[in-house]
Design a protein around this ligand. Structure first.
Ligand code: SAM
Length: 367
């Protein structure tokens, strides 16, 4: 037995992890409610467990437990004028209400507070945790395709409100971009377009432009085509393929939203994009607004580093490393890293565009 002095008792990390555990439980329960259609069903008014289960086609006993968990967690409220609210014997009659703040976070898919995709990302990562553990051990990867429908849809749903409501005003405020997009017949390519919401947003705001979305993940392109059909945007089209293989030239503007850091060979892709741009045309890259260098200070310039390291460890780096000969950038792509990639791809300049307070992101102009 060691006679060394015991370490000082410091419960702060344990407390923090316990809070995180509660947060994880919240996210998984939110994911269940989201997938089962519970939050949407509660929009029309308070419901009992039986009524909720009846509307959503779920099991009443589970519905009751979920409703109680949500109420105890503060995401739903119990009808205050209902005696059953405090009487356990009358729990079958207890009605649960969707507060406005929860509706904004979990039902309003078009608002920038929409947070259900965070729960869906958590579920996607949780479902691949053994493969992730193996990848971290062996240096292998877990591809975007393996993360599957939950990650693909979470990505699309998380960025959609920003693209739909903020992208056009942001671009309209940058004179060069407004001028290019306002030209009749402007030719735009959106690489790594995912489910196409950025492509659709640009196409809708500038109907005289032609906007082509390209993504290597064919299920994403199928989603994008369907999203464009439903949106009724006729001036957008989608191509399933590797942006590195782009060959048709003469684009007046190229866009790359939150995808360069995922790419196993970003320099080759940037060089291919540069080759298909018209003389003097810019490439606009939107990527994470991480700090300029590694720091353990989570404030100011590094406010996003913690969340981005989380995404990196669990999603983006494993995706990137699932491809052979990946440069393995990770989500935390520093401005200096993008600058190096851009120079190696033949771009002469990299500037930060004056687009502020746009979600987690920073916009760069490569010219
Ligand atoms: C994180 S998602 C971003 C999707 C979308 N731009 C958005 O902001 O929601 C990254 C996307 O880049 C795509 N991608 C990765 N490498 C690519 C490549 N070489 N060519 C085209 N798309 C690529 C992935 O399939 C994925 O859809």
């Amino acid at each position: 037995m060691s006679d060394a002095a015991p370490l000082p008792a410091d419960a702060s990390v344990a407390d923090r992890l316990y809070e995180a555990f509660l947060g994880a439980l919240d996210l998984f329960a939110v994911h269940l409610g989201d997938r089962l259609g519970y939050y949407s069903a509660l929009v029309d008014g308070p419901l009992t467990a039986d009524e909720l289960a009846g509307r959503c086609g779920s099991h009443p006993r589970y519905a009751r437990e979920w409703l109680e968990q949500q109420a105890v967690s503060g995401l739903l409220s119990v009808e205050s004028d209902d005696a059953a609210g405090v009487d356990d014997d009358a729990s079958d009659r207890r009605r649960y209400r969707l507060p406005d703040a929860t509706a904004r976070a979990l039902v309003d898919t078009r608002g920038t507070e929409y947070s259900a995709p965070l729960a869906r990302f958590t579920a996607a990562v949780g479902s691949r945790i053994d493969a992730l553990t193996t990848a971290h051990r062996t240096g292998g990867g877990v591809s975007w395709r393996e993360f599957g429908e939950h990650a693909r849809q979470a990505q699309a749903d998380m960025n959609r409100p920003w693209f739909e409501s903020e992208l056009a005003p942001a671009f309209a405020g940058v004179p060069e971009l407004a001028a290019i997009l306002g030209r009749p017949g402007a030719n735009v390519v959106d690489i790594g377009c995912g489910a196409g919401w950025s492509t659709i947003a640009v196409g809708r705001a500038w109907p005289q432009a032609r906007v082509v979305g390209v993504d290597i993940d064919s299920p994403s392109i199928e989603l994008a085509r369907e999203n464009a059909r439903l949106a009724g945007t006729a001036n957008v089209e989608f191509i399933a393929g590797d942006a590195q293989l782009l060959s048709t030239g003469g684009f007046d503007l190229a866009l790359a939203f939150e995808c360069i850091h995922d790419m196993p060979r970003p320099v080759e892709v940037l060089a291919s994009v540069r080759a298909v741009l018209a003389e003097g045309a810019p490439l606009v890259v939107m990527d994470e607004a991480v700090g300029p260098a590694f720091s353990t200070d989570g404030d100011g310039d590094h406010a996003f580093d913690r969340v981005m390291y989380g995404f990196s460890v669990l999603l983006c780096l494993p995706d990137s490393m699932s491809h052979p000969d990946s440069v393995a950038t990770g989500t935390v792509m520093r401005p200096s890293t993008l600058g190096r990639y851009a120079r190696e791809a033949g771009f002469a300049t990299v500037d930060v565009l004056p687009i502020e307070d746009f979600g987690f992101w920073r916009f760069y102009r490569l010219g």
